[in-house]
Ligand binder design. Structure first.
Ligand code: HAM
Length: 437
């Protein structure tokens, strides 16, 4: 047997249904916030990620799937979505539009060679948004509240946004120096990764998972104390707008993020019962110019769909339909033709219908109907059909009644609760099936 590669998942059954449901909530929310869907390639030139995400980051040094294609080009499977969107923004000259900011969202698989464990996959799915062309703190607040509100819509009411500011370059440079002088006496005591970070990216020492419990970490300098006036003002505005949007947030000086492109606002989405972030993002005003585009202020985030779906399944809070409206039962060929006809008619009118496909006893058909939690059963028999009648049984109360087949849509419209898609047309009520002519 050939097994799936380590760190990948098959989406099946309940997990697949919850996944689809989450995607539907995301799509409908994005429409309300007026974000356009964007789809960029799953593989890109390796240089894009090396330059975009940063050569010293864990993602680029340890986690990318790199290969040479048959034309000897260096290719990387995308480890995240931002760099590809920015490349597309530049390549398609979206900055030329009068409609800045460009607001886009995506949903797709990303690839990171991580040690597989719960919440850490090698093929992961993210949905995310990128806003290109606005430096206004209102935009940071909209993006944060969008991620927060989607979590709330999905029933994750205990979501809290952990927010911090990395300030502008001047503030960060000052902070970097302060960090280096602070940690210098402890250098020998730091973990191997942090020893390396000390020179390349001292900010990442702050979110070290190995050393963070050590006493001297608690007194380490905090970036917010190093922000210049402009950076401070930006951050205060973001918080003020988040208050208006009623987003629950805490200021958390440990949030520094693992990708190099951030400045000013950075944030992560946490829930109370999980210490893995569900999502994260922030402002990245220099990435477009790093990738040779015109200077463009940007902000965005991505949420791990796999982690989101895990949380929803563990808490049993999905609103996923796991029942059908009706199961159509029959035993002979004439009845089967009517079943085919009726299933088509009802499905096209917005109802969720299943029927039998192989010759099976009525007993096993009842079992199948129960397996699908069918609300109603439609029982077809030739004698009734000759008089234009069908039997409909409420599978819960077990009450049944005979109705004229031509009224079946009216019947279901009246009896099925309105959690279905709206039935927009009641046209062409069945005149009965012509099948036996
Ligand atoms: P990130 O923090 O690297 O940010 O990833 C965002 C989310 O993707 C994480 O919070 C997590 O839920 C999920 N994720 C990351 N790695 C894995 C993994 N190995 N397995 C499962 N889930 C994972 C970014 O990717 C940025 N591009 C976000 C962004 C967009 N910033 C600005 N715009």
């Amino acid at each position: 047997m050939i097994s799936k590669p380590k760190g990948t998942v098959d989406l099946t059954d309940k997990r697949a249904r919850v996944f689809k449901y989450v995607e539907e909530v995301i799509d409908s929310c994005m429409e309300k916030y007026n974000y356009n869907y964007i789809r960029t390639p799953i593989f890109e030139a390796s240089l894009l990620f090396h330059r975009g995400i940063g050569n010293s980051t864990d993602i680029v040094t340890k986690e990318t799937y790199d290969f040479k294609d048959r034309g000897d080009r260096s290719i990387t499977l995308r480890p995240e979505g931002t760099a590809g969107v920015v490349r597309s923004y530049i390549e398609n000259k979206m900055y030329g539009t009068h409609n800045l900011p460009v607001k886009v969202y995506y949903n797709g698989t990303m690839y990171r060679y991580e040690r597989p464990q719960k919440g850490r996959l090698r093929e992961l799915s993210q949905y995310g948004v990128e806003v290109l062309g606005s430096s206004d703190p209102m935009m940071d607040a909209e993006v944060i509240s969008l991620a927060y509100n989607i979590n709330k819509m999905l029933g994750l009411d205990d979501t809290v946004v952990h927010i911090n500011s990395l300030g502008d370059k001047e503030s960060r440079d000052k902070y970097r120096e302060a960090l280096k002088s602070y940690f210098k006496p402890y250098l020998d005591d730091l973990c191997d990764d942090c020893k390396e970070r000390f020179d390349k990216n001292p900010l990442r020492i702050i979110d070290c998972k190995v050393d963070s419990d050590k006493d001297y970490f608690k007194d380490a300098p905090k970036i917010l104390d190093y922000l210049n006036e402009e950076s401070k003002e930006h951050f205060e505005k973001v918080c003020e707008y988040l208050d208006i949007l009623e987003v629950k947030y805490v200021i958390d000086s440990k949030i520094v993020r693992g990708l190099d492109y951030y400045n000013h606002t950075v944030f992560e989405l946490m829930t109370t019962d999980n210490n893995l972030a569900l999502g994260g993002g922030g402002r990245y005003d220099n990435l477009v110019s790093t990738l040779d585009g015109p200077s463009t202020a940007c902000v965005g985030f991505a949420v791990g769909l796999d982690r989101l779906v895990d949380e929803i399944i563990e808490r049993d809070i999905d609103n996923v339909r796991n029942d059908i409206d009706a199961f159509i039962m029959y035993v002979n060929e004439d009845e089967k033709k009517n079943a085919i006809y009726l299933a088509n008619l009802l499905r096209m009118s917005g109802f969720v219908i299943e029927t039998e496909y192989t010759e099976r006893s009525l007993k096993s058909q009842f079992k199948r109907a129960d397996y699908f939690n069918s609300k109603y059963l439609i029982l077809l028999n030739s004698d009734d059909l000759n008089e234009g009648l069908i039997t409909i049984k409420n599978n819960k109360t077990k009450e049944e009644e005979k109705i004229m087949m031509e009224y079946v849509i009216y019947y279901f419209d009246e009896h099925i609760s309105d959690d279905n898609l709206p039935v927009e047309e009641y046209h062409n009520h069945s005149e009965g099936c012509d099948c036996d002519e």
